[in-house]
Design a protein. Structure first.
Length: 222
């Protein structure tokens, strides 16, 4: 897990950004600006992050699913996993290793086949020694299908004392992203020529910061 990561929340002005393409555009511009700050190694967007105070308080976002070729009657128990929506740079920013297959690209889930990445613990639990890459799962009883493209390392989400959850990570959905995470090298971020937030091992909110795109409180308009 990365050791120098800062996370902040943000809200878009929904009356200004109606379409998915508009929201995806502003996410890219925000991440590009953050990635250009001195000391920043990478940046990503997600709907949450490890040790997110909201997840600790409310619990992880859980999603039931079915594996293609199985029915609810055939499954001993209905599969359930922690769900995360992320942008392509999420794994690099948080130092989550790719174990098999691949992680997300910029063109994933934009008019293309739905794809997902799963955690090692979920791969072992549901597929054992088999490679899950290429298998499909559904979250709505077969109305749509999502193809698994890779497996990544396990991440402890709500407590360092608790085991890492079985997790499915999906490529970003424009309406779901409201967290930005940035990873730095050399220990500190530089923002506008001033020393930024200190290290947060392994990850945590930057002083609980939450900004609105249209509020003018600490956030530049894009």
């Amino acid at each position: 897990m990365a050791q120098r990561v800062v996370a902040v929340g943000f809200d878009l002005n929904w009356s200004k950004y109606h379409a998915d393409v508009d929201r995806l555009g502003i996410y890219r511009r925000m991440m590009d600006k953050i990635a250009q700050l001195p000391g920043v190694l990478s940046a990503a967007a997600s709907n949450s992050f490890p040790l997110d105070p909201q997840s600790i308080e409310n619990g992880p976002s859980l999603q039931t699913f079915l594996i293609e070729g199985e029915t609810r009657a055939q499954a001993e128990t209905t599969p359930v996993a922690s769900m995360r929506i992320v942008s392509p740079g999420y794994f690099r920013t948080l130092g989550i290793p790719s174990i098999g297959g691949r992680t997300f690209r910029e063109d994933d889930n934009q008019g293309a086949e739905r794809v997902a990445v799963i955690s090692r613990s979920l791969a072992r639990q549901r597929w054992g020694s088999q490679d899950p890459a290429g298998r499909r799962v559904t979250f709505n009883d077969g109305k749509t299908w999502t193809r698994i493209i890779g497996v990544v390392g396990d991440v402890k989400e709500t407590s360092l004392a608790q085991p890492a959850p079985e997790q499915i990570l999906r490529a970003r959905g424009a309406g779901a992203l409201h967290r930005l995470v940035a990873g730095a090298h050399r220990g500190r971020f530089q923002t506008g020529g001033r020393a930024g937030a200190p290290s947060h091992p392994p990850v945590g909110p930057a002083g609980g910061n939450h900004v609105r795109e249209d509020s003018g409180r600490g956030a530049n308009r894009c």
